[in-house]
Design a protein around this ligand. Structure first.
Ligand SMILES: COc1cc(O)cc(C/C=C(\C)CC/C=C(\C)CC/C=C(\C)CC/C=C(\C)CC/C=C(\C)CC/C=C(\C)CC/C=C(\C)CC/C=C(\C)CC/C=C(\C)CCC=C(C)C)c1O
Ligand SMILES: C[S@@+](CC[C@H](N)C(=O)[O-])C[C@H]1O[C@@H](n2cnc3c(N)ncnc32)[C@H](O)[C@@H]1O
Length: 327
Protein backbone atom coordinates (compact mmCIF):
# COMPACT_ATOMS: atom_id res chain seq x y z
CA UNK A 1 0.00 0.00 0.00
CA UNK A 2 2.82 2.33 1.08
CA UNK A 3 4.77 1.46 -2.08
CA UNK A 4 1.69 2.30 -4.19
CA UNK A 5 1.28 5.62 -2.42
CA UNK A 6 4.93 6.60 -2.90
CA UNK A 7 4.77 5.56 -6.57
CA UNK A 8 1.68 7.70 -7.03
CA UNK A 9 3.42 10.60 -5.29
CA UNK A 10 6.46 10.31 -7.54
CA UNK A 11 4.25 10.12 -10.61
CA UNK A 12 2.31 13.15 -9.42
CA UNK A 13 5.52 15.13 -8.85
CA UNK A 14 6.74 14.04 -12.28
CA UNK A 15 3.55 15.20 -13.91
CA UNK A 16 3.62 18.55 -12.07
CA UNK A 17 7.21 19.08 -13.19
CA UNK A 18 6.37 18.27 -16.78
CA UNK A 19 3.37 20.60 -16.72
CA UNK A 20 5.51 23.39 -15.28
CA UNK A 21 8.04 22.80 -18.05
CA UNK A 22 5.23 23.06 -20.62
CA UNK A 23 4.64 26.57 -19.38
CA UNK A 24 8.32 27.31 -19.82
CA UNK A 25 8.78 30.73 -21.43
CA UNK A 26 11.27 29.43 -24.01
CA UNK A 27 9.13 28.84 -27.09
CA UNK A 28 11.52 26.40 -28.75
CA UNK A 29 11.38 24.14 -25.69
CA UNK A 30 7.59 24.13 -25.58
CA UNK A 31 6.86 23.66 -29.22
CA UNK A 32 9.30 20.77 -29.62
CA UNK A 33 7.48 18.67 -27.04
CA UNK A 34 4.89 16.23 -28.36
CA UNK A 35 2.17 16.02 -25.68
CA UNK A 36 -0.24 13.35 -24.56
CA UNK A 37 -3.72 13.95 -23.13
CA UNK A 38 -2.24 15.15 -19.82
CA UNK A 39 0.24 17.38 -21.52
CA UNK A 40 2.95 14.81 -20.81
CA UNK A 41 5.54 13.88 -23.35
CA UNK A 42 5.24 10.28 -24.54
CA UNK A 43 8.18 9.03 -26.54
CA UNK A 44 5.96 6.60 -28.42
CA UNK A 45 3.90 9.55 -29.65
CA UNK A 46 6.82 11.30 -31.24
CA UNK A 47 5.96 9.85 -34.62
CA UNK A 48 2.19 10.44 -34.42
CA UNK A 49 2.28 14.00 -33.15
CA UNK A 50 3.75 15.48 -36.32
CA UNK A 51 3.54 19.22 -36.44
CA UNK A 52 2.01 21.37 -39.13
CA UNK A 53 0.75 24.89 -39.69
CA UNK A 54 -2.53 26.48 -38.81
CA UNK A 55 -1.94 29.89 -40.34
CA UNK A 56 1.31 31.11 -38.73
CA UNK A 57 0.78 28.89 -35.68
CA UNK A 58 2.56 25.55 -35.28
CA UNK A 59 0.13 22.88 -34.16
CA UNK A 60 -0.17 19.11 -34.18
CA UNK A 61 -1.86 17.61 -37.24
CA UNK A 62 -4.81 16.49 -35.14
CA UNK A 63 -5.23 19.99 -33.73
CA UNK A 64 -5.17 21.49 -37.22
CA UNK A 65 -8.17 19.41 -38.34
CA UNK A 66 -10.15 20.50 -35.28
CA UNK A 67 -9.21 24.14 -35.69
CA UNK A 68 -10.12 24.22 -39.40
CA UNK A 69 -13.44 22.57 -38.57
CA UNK A 70 -14.12 25.20 -35.94
CA UNK A 71 -13.24 28.08 -38.33
CA UNK A 72 -15.80 27.01 -40.94
CA UNK A 73 -18.40 26.05 -38.36
CA UNK A 74 -18.05 29.56 -36.99
CA UNK A 75 -18.15 31.46 -40.32
CA UNK A 76 -20.72 29.29 -42.18
CA UNK A 77 -23.70 31.63 -41.80
CA UNK A 78 -21.76 34.75 -42.81
CA UNK A 79 -19.47 33.01 -45.30
CA UNK A 80 -21.13 34.19 -48.52
CA UNK A 81 -21.67 37.78 -47.45
CA UNK A 82 -18.08 37.97 -46.21
CA UNK A 83 -16.74 36.81 -49.56
CA UNK A 84 -18.67 39.47 -51.44
CA UNK A 85 -17.58 42.18 -49.03
CA UNK A 86 -13.93 41.18 -48.81
CA UNK A 87 -13.37 40.64 -52.49
CA UNK A 88 -15.84 43.26 -53.74
CA UNK A 89 -17.52 40.43 -55.65
CA UNK A 90 -14.31 39.40 -57.45
CA UNK A 91 -14.52 35.85 -56.07
CA UNK A 92 -17.61 35.37 -58.28
CA UNK A 93 -15.57 36.05 -61.42
CA UNK A 94 -12.82 33.65 -60.31
CA UNK A 95 -15.42 30.92 -59.71
CA UNK A 96 -17.07 31.61 -63.09
CA UNK A 97 -13.67 31.28 -64.74
CA UNK A 98 -13.13 27.89 -63.10
CA UNK A 99 -16.40 26.59 -64.59
CA UNK A 100 -15.68 28.16 -68.01
CA UNK A 101 -12.30 26.45 -67.99
CA UNK A 102 -13.97 23.14 -67.13
CA UNK A 103 -16.35 23.58 -70.08
CA UNK A 104 -18.42 20.54 -69.03
CA UNK A 105 -19.97 18.33 -71.71
CA UNK A 106 -23.49 16.84 -71.54
CA UNK A 107 -23.44 14.09 -68.95
CA UNK A 108 -20.40 15.36 -67.01
CA UNK A 109 -20.17 13.82 -63.54
CA UNK A 110 -18.56 16.41 -61.26
CA UNK A 111 -17.21 16.00 -57.75
CA UNK A 112 -16.75 19.36 -55.99
CA UNK A 113 -14.61 18.72 -52.91
CA UNK A 114 -14.59 21.22 -50.03
CA UNK A 115 -17.64 22.50 -51.86
CA UNK A 116 -18.95 24.37 -48.80
CA UNK A 117 -22.01 26.43 -49.59
CA UNK A 118 -22.22 25.20 -53.18
CA UNK A 119 -20.93 28.12 -55.29
CA UNK A 120 -19.10 25.89 -57.80
CA UNK A 121 -21.91 23.32 -57.95
CA UNK A 122 -24.59 25.94 -58.70
CA UNK A 123 -22.43 27.52 -61.40
CA UNK A 124 -21.90 24.07 -62.92
CA UNK A 125 -25.65 23.33 -62.93
CA UNK A 126 -26.47 26.72 -64.49
CA UNK A 127 -23.78 26.20 -67.11
CA UNK A 128 -24.89 22.70 -68.18
CA UNK A 129 -28.54 23.75 -68.20
CA UNK A 130 -27.76 26.72 -70.46
CA UNK A 131 -25.65 24.48 -72.73
CA UNK A 132 -28.44 21.92 -72.96
CA UNK A 133 -31.07 24.55 -73.75
CA UNK A 134 -28.80 26.06 -76.40
CA UNK A 135 -28.34 22.64 -77.99
CA UNK A 136 -32.10 22.02 -78.06
CA UNK A 137 -32.66 25.42 -79.68
CA UNK A 138 -30.05 24.74 -82.34
CA UNK A 139 -31.60 21.33 -83.08
CA UNK A 140 -35.08 22.86 -83.44
CA UNK A 141 -33.78 25.66 -85.64
CA UNK A 142 -32.09 23.12 -87.88
CA UNK A 143 -35.32 21.17 -88.41
CA UNK A 144 -37.47 22.68 -91.16
CA UNK A 145 -41.28 22.76 -91.18
CA UNK A 146 -41.90 21.87 -87.53
CA UNK A 147 -45.36 22.74 -86.30
CA UNK A 148 -45.87 24.81 -83.16
CA UNK A 149 -47.24 21.68 -81.41
CA UNK A 150 -44.13 19.69 -82.25
CA UNK A 151 -41.89 22.43 -80.93
CA UNK A 152 -43.92 22.73 -77.71
CA UNK A 153 -43.84 18.96 -77.25
CA UNK A 154 -40.03 18.89 -77.64
CA UNK A 155 -39.72 21.41 -74.81
CA UNK A 156 -42.23 19.58 -72.60
CA UNK A 157 -40.51 16.22 -73.16
CA UNK A 158 -37.30 17.62 -71.83
CA UNK A 159 -37.28 15.48 -68.70
CA UNK A 160 -33.66 16.12 -67.83
CA UNK A 161 -32.71 19.74 -68.49
CA UNK A 162 -29.17 18.88 -67.32
CA UNK A 163 -28.60 16.32 -70.06
CA UNK A 164 -27.76 13.75 -67.33
CA UNK A 165 -24.96 15.87 -65.84
CA UNK A 166 -24.60 15.54 -62.09
CA UNK A 167 -22.65 17.18 -59.27
CA UNK A 168 -21.74 15.87 -55.83
CA UNK A 169 -20.72 18.48 -53.26
CA UNK A 170 -18.45 16.92 -50.64
CA UNK A 171 -17.36 18.82 -47.54
CA UNK A 172 -16.13 17.91 -44.09
CA UNK A 173 -18.22 20.58 -42.38
CA UNK A 174 -21.90 20.01 -41.55
CA UNK A 175 -22.63 23.71 -41.05
CA UNK A 176 -21.24 24.73 -44.45
CA UNK A 177 -23.31 21.99 -46.13
CA UNK A 178 -26.41 23.11 -44.22
CA UNK A 179 -26.06 26.66 -45.58
CA UNK A 180 -25.40 25.21 -49.04
CA UNK A 181 -28.60 23.17 -48.98
CA UNK A 182 -30.63 26.24 -47.95
CA UNK A 183 -29.08 28.19 -50.84
CA UNK A 184 -29.90 25.38 -53.27
CA UNK A 185 -33.56 25.49 -52.23
CA UNK A 186 -33.64 29.29 -52.53
CA UNK A 187 -32.06 29.18 -56.00
CA UNK A 188 -34.37 26.37 -57.17
CA UNK A 189 -31.69 23.71 -57.64
CA UNK A 190 -33.10 20.27 -57.03
CA UNK A 191 -32.11 17.80 -59.70
CA UNK A 192 -28.60 16.61 -60.35
CA UNK A 193 -27.24 17.72 -57.00
CA UNK A 194 -26.12 15.64 -54.00
CA UNK A 195 -24.51 16.68 -50.71
CA UNK A 196 -22.02 14.36 -49.01
CA UNK A 197 -20.20 14.83 -45.72
CA UNK A 198 -16.63 13.67 -46.26
CA UNK A 199 -12.93 14.32 -45.91
CA UNK A 200 -10.84 15.29 -48.97
CA UNK A 201 -8.09 13.05 -47.59
CA UNK A 202 -10.34 9.99 -47.50
CA UNK A 203 -13.11 10.44 -50.02
CA UNK A 204 -16.17 8.22 -49.54
CA UNK A 205 -16.34 7.30 -53.26
CA UNK A 206 -15.26 4.38 -55.43
CA UNK A 207 -12.29 4.54 -57.80
CA UNK A 208 -12.71 5.92 -61.35
CA UNK A 209 -16.11 7.49 -60.69
CA UNK A 210 -16.02 11.15 -61.81
CA UNK A 211 -15.20 13.05 -65.01
CA UNK A 212 -14.11 16.20 -63.20
CA UNK A 213 -12.85 16.92 -59.67
CA UNK A 214 -12.91 20.55 -58.51
CA UNK A 215 -11.66 22.10 -55.31
CA UNK A 216 -12.04 25.86 -54.82
CA UNK A 217 -10.40 27.63 -51.88
CA UNK A 218 -10.42 24.26 -50.11
CA UNK A 219 -7.06 22.52 -50.49
CA UNK A 220 -5.25 25.20 -48.45
CA UNK A 221 -7.19 24.01 -45.40
CA UNK A 222 -6.40 20.31 -45.77
CA UNK A 223 -3.76 18.86 -43.43
CA UNK A 224 -2.12 16.46 -45.91
CA UNK A 225 -2.38 18.10 -49.32
CA UNK A 226 -0.56 15.20 -51.01
CA UNK A 227 -3.08 12.75 -49.64
CA UNK A 228 -5.98 14.88 -50.94
CA UNK A 229 -4.34 15.04 -54.39
CA UNK A 230 -3.91 11.25 -54.45
CA UNK A 231 -7.56 10.84 -53.53
CA UNK A 232 -8.53 13.21 -56.36
CA UNK A 233 -6.54 11.02 -58.74
CA UNK A 234 -8.16 7.83 -57.43
CA UNK A 235 -11.78 8.92 -57.81
CA UNK A 236 -11.34 10.38 -61.32
CA UNK A 237 -12.05 8.21 -64.37
CA UNK A 238 -9.12 7.74 -66.75
CA UNK A 239 -9.26 10.87 -68.91
CA UNK A 240 -10.79 12.81 -66.00
CA UNK A 241 -9.74 16.33 -65.09
CA UNK A 242 -8.53 17.89 -61.85
CA UNK A 243 -9.20 21.63 -61.41
CA UNK A 244 -8.17 23.66 -58.41
CA UNK A 245 -8.89 27.33 -57.69
CA UNK A 246 -6.75 28.60 -54.84
CA UNK A 247 -4.94 31.67 -53.54
CA UNK A 248 -1.45 31.82 -54.94
CA UNK A 249 1.65 34.00 -55.18
CA UNK A 250 1.30 37.61 -56.37
CA UNK A 251 3.72 38.32 -59.19
CA UNK A 252 3.69 42.15 -59.21
CA UNK A 253 5.67 43.90 -56.41
CA UNK A 254 3.35 46.91 -56.20
CA UNK A 255 0.18 44.77 -56.11
CA UNK A 256 1.96 42.56 -53.58
CA UNK A 257 2.53 45.51 -51.18
CA UNK A 258 -1.08 46.68 -51.47
CA UNK A 259 -2.34 43.13 -51.20
CA UNK A 260 -0.39 42.55 -47.97
CA UNK A 261 -1.68 45.80 -46.55
CA UNK A 262 -5.23 44.96 -47.46
CA UNK A 263 -4.98 41.34 -46.27
CA UNK A 264 -3.48 42.02 -42.84
CA UNK A 265 -4.97 45.44 -42.05
CA UNK A 266 -8.45 45.18 -43.55
CA UNK A 267 -9.61 41.55 -43.81
CA UNK A 268 -9.52 40.64 -40.08
CA UNK A 269 -11.26 43.93 -39.29
CA UNK A 270 -14.02 43.11 -41.80
CA UNK A 271 -14.18 39.63 -40.25
CA UNK A 272 -14.74 41.14 -36.83
CA UNK A 273 -17.25 43.78 -37.96
CA UNK A 274 -19.36 41.60 -40.26
CA UNK A 275 -18.99 38.11 -38.81
CA UNK A 276 -17.82 38.91 -35.27
CA UNK A 277 -14.86 36.66 -35.99
CA UNK A 278 -11.40 38.24 -36.21
CA UNK A 279 -9.51 34.98 -35.65
CA UNK A 280 -11.04 33.04 -38.55
CA UNK A 281 -10.18 35.83 -40.95
CA UNK A 282 -6.69 36.15 -39.54
CA UNK A 283 -6.36 32.42 -40.23
CA UNK A 284 -7.57 33.04 -43.81
CA UNK A 285 -4.84 35.58 -44.61
CA UNK A 286 -2.13 33.62 -42.80
CA UNK A 287 -3.05 30.36 -44.50
CA UNK A 288 -2.83 32.11 -47.88
CA UNK A 289 0.81 33.00 -47.12
CA UNK A 290 1.61 29.39 -46.17
CA UNK A 291 0.30 27.92 -49.41
CA UNK A 292 2.86 26.89 -52.06
CA UNK A 293 3.55 29.02 -55.13
CA UNK A 294 2.09 28.23 -58.57
CA UNK A 295 5.19 26.23 -59.61
CA UNK A 296 5.51 24.35 -56.32
CA UNK A 297 1.86 23.37 -56.36
CA UNK A 298 2.15 22.28 -59.99
CA UNK A 299 4.90 19.86 -58.93
CA UNK A 300 2.76 18.48 -56.12
CA UNK A 301 -0.07 17.80 -58.59
CA UNK A 302 2.37 16.02 -60.91
CA UNK A 303 3.71 13.97 -58.00
CA UNK A 304 0.17 12.74 -57.34
CA UNK A 305 0.16 11.20 -60.83
CA UNK A 306 -1.57 13.90 -62.89
CA UNK A 307 -0.35 14.72 -66.37
CA UNK A 308 -0.49 17.74 -68.66
CA UNK A 309 -0.45 19.93 -65.55
CA UNK A 310 -0.85 23.64 -66.25
CA UNK A 311 -1.91 26.73 -64.34
CA UNK A 312 -3.29 30.16 -65.02
CA UNK A 313 -2.69 33.05 -62.62
CA UNK A 314 -5.61 35.45 -62.21
CA UNK A 315 -5.63 39.02 -60.80
CA UNK A 316 -1.83 39.31 -60.70
CA UNK A 317 -1.52 35.87 -59.11
CA UNK A 318 -3.80 36.58 -56.14
CA UNK A 319 -5.40 33.31 -57.20
CA UNK A 320 -4.50 30.58 -59.71
CA UNK A 321 -6.37 27.79 -61.44
CA UNK A 322 -4.38 24.57 -61.69
CA UNK A 323 -5.44 21.86 -64.10
CA UNK A 324 -4.29 18.26 -64.56
CA UNK A 325 -5.49 15.06 -66.20
CA UNK A 326 -5.59 11.44 -65.12
CA UNK A 327 -4.34 9.62 -68.22
C1 LIG B 1 -12.05 31.47 -42.92
O1 LIG B 1 -11.69 31.13 -44.19
C2 LIG B 1 -12.34 31.71 -45.23
C3 LIG B 1 -13.39 32.53 -45.08
C4 LIG B 1 -13.99 33.08 -46.20
O2 LIG B 1 -15.04 33.88 -46.07
C5 LIG B 1 -13.52 32.79 -47.48
C6 LIG B 1 -12.46 31.96 -47.64
C7 LIG B 1 -11.97 31.60 -49.00
C8 LIG B 1 -11.98 32.72 -49.98
C9 LIG B 1 -12.86 32.87 -50.99
C10 LIG B 1 -13.98 31.94 -51.21
C11 LIG B 1 -12.67 33.99 -51.93
C12 LIG B 1 -13.31 35.30 -51.50
C13 LIG B 1 -12.55 36.00 -50.46
C14 LIG B 1 -11.59 36.90 -50.66
C15 LIG B 1 -11.13 37.36 -51.97
C16 LIG B 1 -10.98 37.52 -49.47
C17 LIG B 1 -9.57 37.41 -49.47
C18 LIG B 1 -9.00 38.61 -50.12
C19 LIG B 1 -7.75 38.91 -50.06
C20 LIG B 1 -6.80 38.08 -49.31
C21 LIG B 1 -7.23 40.17 -50.72
C22 LIG B 1 -7.54 40.30 -52.15
C23 LIG B 1 -8.67 41.16 -52.33
C24 LIG B 1 -9.20 41.46 -53.50
C25 LIG B 1 -8.67 40.98 -54.79
C26 LIG B 1 -10.39 42.30 -53.50
C27 LIG B 1 -10.10 43.67 -54.07
C28 LIG B 1 -9.84 44.63 -53.00
C29 LIG B 1 -9.56 45.90 -53.23
C30 LIG B 1 -9.50 46.46 -54.60
C31 LIG B 1 -9.23 46.81 -52.08
C32 LIG B 1 -10.42 47.40 -51.47
C33 LIG B 1 -10.01 48.64 -50.74
C34 LIG B 1 -10.48 49.04 -49.56
C35 LIG B 1 -11.49 48.23 -48.81
C36 LIG B 1 -9.98 50.35 -48.97
C37 LIG B 1 -9.27 50.20 -47.66
C38 LIG B 1 -7.96 49.54 -47.82
C39 LIG B 1 -6.84 49.87 -47.09
C40 LIG B 1 -6.78 50.91 -46.08
C41 LIG B 1 -5.61 49.02 -47.26
C42 LIG B 1 -4.84 49.47 -48.40
C43 LIG B 1 -5.27 48.76 -49.59
C44 LIG B 1 -5.29 49.30 -50.81
C45 LIG B 1 -4.89 50.67 -51.03
C46 LIG B 1 -5.77 48.50 -51.98
C47 LIG B 1 -5.67 47.02 -51.80
C48 LIG B 1 -5.22 46.43 -53.06
C49 LIG B 1 -5.24 45.14 -53.30
C50 LIG B 1 -5.82 44.12 -52.40
C51 LIG B 1 -4.66 44.65 -54.54
C52 LIG B 1 -5.75 44.25 -55.46
C53 LIG B 1 -5.18 44.15 -56.78
C54 LIG B 1 -5.89 43.95 -57.89
C55 LIG B 1 -7.37 43.76 -57.83
C56 LIG B 1 -5.18 43.89 -59.18
C57 LIG B 1 -11.83 31.36 -46.52
O3 LIG B 1 -10.81 30.52 -46.64
C1 LIG C 1 -13.09 28.56 -48.09
S1 LIG C 1 -14.24 27.28 -48.08
C2 LIG C 1 -14.51 27.01 -49.81
C3 LIG C 1 -15.95 26.68 -50.11
C4 LIG C 1 -16.31 26.68 -51.59
N1 LIG C 1 -15.51 25.72 -52.32
C5 LIG C 1 -16.16 28.04 -52.18
O1 LIG C 1 -15.38 28.18 -53.11
O2 LIG C 1 -16.83 28.96 -51.73
C6 LIG C 1 -13.27 25.92 -47.60
C7 LIG C 1 -14.08 24.67 -47.36
O3 LIG C 1 -13.17 23.58 -47.21
C8 LIG C 1 -13.77 22.66 -46.30
N2 LIG C 1 -12.74 21.73 -45.84
C9 LIG C 1 -11.70 22.00 -45.03
N3 LIG C 1 -10.97 20.87 -44.83
C10 LIG C 1 -11.58 19.88 -45.54
C11 LIG C 1 -11.32 18.50 -45.73
N4 LIG C 1 -10.27 17.89 -45.17
N5 LIG C 1 -12.16 17.79 -46.51
C12 LIG C 1 -13.23 18.37 -47.09
N6 LIG C 1 -13.54 19.67 -46.93
C13 LIG C 1 -12.72 20.43 -46.17
C14 LIG C 1 -14.35 23.57 -45.25
O4 LIG C 1 -15.28 22.90 -44.45
C15 LIG C 1 -14.93 24.69 -46.11
O5 LIG C 1 -16.26 24.45 -46.42
Amino acid sequence: MATHRSCALWSYCGLRWLRVMRCCPFPGFRSSWPRGPLGVRHLSQEKQATETHFGFETVSEEEKGDKVYHVFESVAKKYDVMNDMMSLGIHRIWKDMLVWKMHPFPGTQLLDVAGGTGDIAFRFLNYVEAQHKGKLKRQLRAQQNLSWEEIARKYQNEEDPLGSSRVVVCDINKEMLKVGKQKARAQGHKAGLAWVLGDAEELPFDDDKFDVYTIAFGIRNVTHINQALQEAHRVLKPGGRFLCLEFSQVNNPLVSRLYDLYSFQVIPVLGEVIAGDWKSYQYLVESIRQFPSQEEFKEMIQDAGFEKVTYESLTSGIVAIHSGFKL
